[in-house]
Design a protein around this ligand. Sequence first.
Ligand code: UDP
Ligand code: MG
Length: 163
Amino acid sequence: MSDAEYVERTFVALKPDAVKRGLVGEITSRFEDAGFKIMGMKMVQATDQLLEQHYAEHVDKPFYDGLAGFMKSGPVVAMVLEGVHAAENLRKIVGDTDASEAHPATIRGRYGHMSMDYADDAGRHYKNLVHASEPGEAEEEIEIWFEESELHEYDHSQDEHAR
Ligand code: UDP
Ligand code: MG
């Protein structure tokens, strides 16, 4: 297999709770520590139109309005990361959608503990810090959030040492 069959880009967004809690640096470091290469990064105030594209599979679900409200409650930090099986590996680092079930070594498990049931019953937004594309959906999400000109090719020490 060639490098191209393993190395891929994926899309990650630090949600408004991560930004407001001052965890941008810490979370980004975990991606860098794992050897991912940052290809693009920017702060974005999400709009309804952007979120309807990004969460197309969830638009008709009962939790969508709350999710959209939360995602618009502050800026997000959008990034494109490159690495070996990046989408699958990033989702492992991010952890289970429900922080109450996420392993404590994951981002959602380390920086959160609430269950989605609690949020639903308490009428609160469910805040789980990070979005990471599912395998097979990354390129589509990158296109929704980034212009190709905002992504950067460069030599990174990880190219030689961490993969
Ligand atoms: N979500 C929610 N309530 C639910 C299910 C999902 O608020 O009952 C939100 C949550 O922020 C989640 C996002 O919708 O991260 C997308 O859901 P998905 O099942 O795709 O989880 P993810 O891929 O983010 O782990
Ligand atoms: Mg998802």
